[in-house]
Design a protein around this ligand. Structure first.
Ligand code: SD4
Length: 296
């Protein structure tokens, strides 16, 4: 028995409150007149909004840097037919989600990283800017350098990736995620967001799952894949989220010290949301909702 109401397609579901402007952009794409635009177009358009303007400084070039003062970005897209594209550890690219899409559409590969991804961006005509911190990021990084203490805070500063799921009226589903990862991470660190099966996963005709939070915990468990496979085995989207979060907690000690939020969507428009800690909000269509959580 499914325990969540059905949202009739087109459906857009996104992490955190910046999911609201992302969803508005995604819904405008899917509801617009003119040539058919897909779930993937909606995910890209929504993520692009947050990449350009992320007040939390966790997505796009205005983000907080790694400990060496570099903003390095990760992103991925996936469609229900299994096609996927990802970029990791890229610098100077304003829209990593669009670059990830180009990896899917124009290369025989799934994941490009670092300089190679930047070279590919230039080949596609995308500007790769010289490294430069925003004034706010520079100020915060310099303050952080005084102590050099690496301690991600739950729901604050390190946990505001935008991950999105969309289902269009033609029945195709896509997922995407774009992030600067964890502030003050080691240079070269890559999280779950650009890894298929970890940060995002979609499989037609089952459904999709997306994650946010402390990426190492999700990488160890392939969290998004766990949720989709639970749906394949008969779980509702809500049960699937809860199952995956329980597995993440079982495999990663001290859950009081980390947050992971997960969202799921099936092809009928049922959704699921669950988190390790309270405080994980998400946007379904144009509404901001609070996920249930394992710990309160
Ligand atoms: C990461 N999962 O790089 C990302 C960070 C994140 O909300 O989701 N923040 O680990």
């Amino acid at each position: 028995m499914n325990d969540s109401p059905i949202t009739p397609p087109p459906v857009v579901l996104s992490t955190w409150s910046h999911g609201l402007p992302a969803n508005r952009a995604g819904l405008a794409v899917l509801r617009g007149s003119g040539p058919h635009r897909s779930a993937l177009d909606a995910v890209e358009a929504g993520c692009n909004v947050v990449e350009l303007d992320c007040p939390d400084m966790t997505v796009g070039l205005g983000s907080r840097p790694d400990r060496d003062g570099r903003v390095t970005l990760d992103a991925a897209v996936m469609q229900g037919d299994g096609r996927a594209g990802c970029v990791a550890f890229v610098q100077g690219v304003a829209h990593p989600i669009s670059l990830a899409r180009l990896v899917m559409e124009r290369t025989p590969h799934v994941l490009l990283v670092g300089e190679g991804a930047e070279q590919f961006a230039r080949e596609c005509g995308i500007n790769v800017a010289a490294p430069k911190l925003s004034p706010a990021a520079e100020q915060q990084w310099r303050a952080w350098l005084a102590e050099r203490k690496y301690a991600p805070k739950i729901n604050i500063e390190n946990h505001d990736t935008i991950s999105m799921l969309a289902l269009d009226a033609q029945g195709s589903m896509a997922a995407g995620s774009t992030t600067s990862g964890l502030a003050y991470k080691m240079h070269g660190r890559v999280g779950d967001s650009p890894i298929i099966g970890a940060g995002i996963f979609v499989d037609a005709p089952i459904g999709g799952a997306i994650c946010t939070g402390l990426g190492e915990t999700v990488l160890r468990t392939l969290g998004a894949l766990l949720a989709v496979e639970a749906m394949r085995a008969g779980a509702t989207p809500q049960e699937a989220c809860e199952h995956a979060i329980e597995r993440i907690i079982a495999k990663n000690p001290n859950p009081e010290n980390y947050q992971v939020g997960m969202l799921t969507l099936d092809f009928s428009g049922h959704t699921g949301a669950y988190a390790v800690q309270k405080g994980f909000n998400y946007a379904l269509q144009e509404e901001l909702l609070e996920a249930r959580s394992r710990f309160h």
